[in-house]
Design a binder for this molecule. Structure first.
Ligand code: ADP
Length: 581
């Protein structure tokens, strides 16, 4: 250019004398004489190394930003205050089904991708929250809307929109979003799985309730008749046979009771009561129940209560007693000689520790790990020797969890075991009057004493059970009327006078609940007094008890029932007999 007589300007890399390179901008122009001949050149040069470096680092930053936006898993786009798109990253383009950024940039994203609500109704931009971001400057995030693709298909979206601020001016908004179809699928399948598990658990509970009912009904007849037999004249061999029959029957009964209990606790149907628990009473009662078994084996029973503990604590006395009863029962069962000791200590200011120590057969380390699992028994011969279902400790652990406590065992084989039960220490105010903590029985009317023949209506569809009640009450001064179903029971009840009704629940034609309701309304309409109705049923779930009370029963007796339980129930309703000698 210079040789041709023109000017040159440009930027070039030059080298200093010391060899260092630098950027230079130069303008070189020829200086001509009057004849137009180039005499020399004038050059204006400037060192622009700094500017060049700044430009390079800006370029680098821009590239970084671009590749950052491009590699983001989330879609990102920006809008200006007019609501028009100013930039969009490749992920967003792909998610929205656009091949070129130019199809999006300069357009209104609301009109393109956000024009309908999730329910299919139109979504005017005046109500759009993203539009609010660049107009009012607040931030929004949502996960309950949909974005629409170029092909018209849509997907559930989670987005966040932040205002873009320049100085103190909102100049637009930047929206980041992701397609949450998979998350929604996962949530849905989780929900279905949960519903299926709940249905299965319900089915399991129902199945067990039915099973338990079906087993309890014949067991009532078996155990009851065995009791009647045991009271009759028997030779030695027959007596032994009856004893085996009763032991096996009772074993079966405790298995069913334990299974139902475990299911109730596991399914969360077990609610806790909060009452005063007098610690000395608790210890005394727990040991008293096992005193006979311990004495027979020559095992000493001891108890100790830390004197710094309050006299009474708050908690569920029935459930706590159930756990301690089990632990002490096991300790006595698995101890040949020595002692079983119940200790109540303060572990720290917040925790109370109940410990059951024994000097029995002990449990090795490996067995300790599974001892609280359902149906765990150390070996089958154990069970033959000691009896038990292997459910006791599993129920204890569940109950303790519900009580927000912790149970664990320390033991040495051949030396003995220590079961520790740690519970939150709940303090209670001392009541002004001394409440009888464990007396949970309803108030008992004073028995009227021996009286003339009393009339009892027995409603039960199973002949075996009717025979059993007759056998239980055979020698007593009462008249029994038998009904085979609820309808017959109502008919009999309304035609004669009875002192008490024993009502089975599950019966054909009319069940015991309906019959009881019918009897109660007849009593009301005809102005008769209220006759005690005792449900006597194999329905053993807590909810069953509530149902029979709601129908108007005064008590809910569970089959199998022993003769003495039946007699005490009758006594509670003012019917007492002198046992004939
Ligand atoms: P079970 O009704 O069979 O006693 P548990 O769940 O209460 O069921 O106990 C499970 C098993 O743990 C028992 O069969 C026994 O082998 C062992 N076990 C429980 N307590 C003790 C103890 N104090 N000493 C030794 N073994 C015990």
């Amino acid at each position: 250019t210079l040789l041709a007589g023109g000017e040159w300007r440009g930027e070039l890399i030059n080298q200093r004398k010391d060899g260092a390179l630098f950027w230079e901008s130069a303008a070189i122009a020829p200086v001509r004489d009057a004849g137009g001949i180039t005499r020399h050149y004038v050059a204006v040069k400037e060192d622009i190394t700094q500017r060049k470096q700044l430009e390079a680092s800006l370029r680098q930053e821009e590239n970084l930003m671009r590749s950052l936006l491009a590699s983001m898993g989330e879609g990102v786009y920006g809008v200006n205050r007019e609501g028009l798109c100013t930039f969009i990253n490749p992920t967003a383009l792909k998610m929205l089904g656009y091949s070129e950024a130019s199809n999006f940039i300069g357009h209104n994203p609301h009109e393109l991708i956000h024009y309908q609500r999730a329910d299919g109704s139109p979504y005017p931009s005046a109500q759009c929250q993203i539009c609010g971001v660049y107009l009012q400057g607040q931030t929004v995030s949502r996960d309950d809307e949909r974005f629409f693709r170029a092909d018209g298909a849509s997907f559930p979206v989670e987005y966040r929109a932040h205002p873009l601020i320049d100085g103190d001016q909102v100049v637009g908004a930047v929206v980041t979003f992701s397609d949450i179809t998979q998350r929604r699928h996962a949530e849905l399948s989780l929900l279905h799985a949960k519903q299926a598990a709940e249905a299965a658990s319900r089915a399991k509970s129902e199945f067990l309730a039915i099973m338990s009912h079906e087993v309890r009904t014949p067991l009532n007849a078996i155990l009851g008749m065995a009791e009647v037999l045991a009271e009759s004249e028997l030779n030695e061999e027959q007596r032994l046979g009856v004893r085996v029959l009763r032991r096996a029957g009772n074993g079966l009964l405790s298995l069913i009771t334990d299974i139902l209990d475990l299911v109730a606790v596991e399914s969360g149907r077990c609610t806790l009561e909060f009452r005063h628990i007098v610690l000395t009473e608790l210890a005394r009662e727990t040991l008293a129940i096992h005193a006979f078994a311990a004495e027979r084996k020559g095992v000493r029973l001891e108890s100790y209560i830390d004197a710094t503990l309050p006299e009474r604590i708050g908690g569920d006395p029935k459930r706590l007693r159930q756990v301690l009863f089990n632990l002490v029962g096991n300790a006595v069962k698995f101890t040949g000689h020595g002692m079983v000791r119940l200790e109540i200590n303060r572990l720290d200011s917040e925790t109370i520790r109940f410990s059951v120590h024994d000097t029995g057969i002990g449990i090795n380390k490996e067995q300790q790990a599974s001892i609280f699992d359902p149906f765990f028994k150390i070996d089958a011969s154990n069970t033959r020797q000691y009896g038990g279902t292997g459910l006791g400790l599993a129920i204890c652990r569940k109950l303790v969890e519900i009580m927000e406590g912790h149970i664990h065992v320390e033991s040495q084989e051949g030396k003995g075991s220590h079961f520790h039960l740690d519970l939150p220490l709940r303090r209670v105010e001392k009541p002004t009057h001394d409440a009888l903590v464990f007396n949970s029985l309803p108030e008992v009317p004073t028995p009227k004493g021996p009286r003339g023949k009393c009339a009892i209506l027995v409603a039960d569809d199973a002949e075996d059970n009717r025979v059993l009640i007759r056998a239980f009450l055979k020698k007593l001064p009462c008249r029994l009327a038998m009904a085979h179903d609820g309808a017959e029971a109502v008919k009999l009840f309304t035609s004669r006078t009875f002192d008490l009704v024993l009502m089975d629940i599950q019966m054909p034609i009319m069940d015991g609940l309906q019959a009881t309701t019918a009897i109660r309304s007849w009593e009301k309409e005809s102005g008769h007094g209220r006759t005690p109705i005792l449900a006597l049923t194999a329905h053993a779930m807590p909810a069953d008890k509530e149902k029979s009370h709601a129908a108007g029963c005064d008590e809910h007796l569970i089959k199998p029932i022993t003769k003495s339980d039946l007699l005490s129930a009758l006594a509670r309703h003012a019917i007492s007999f002198e046992e004939p000698t």
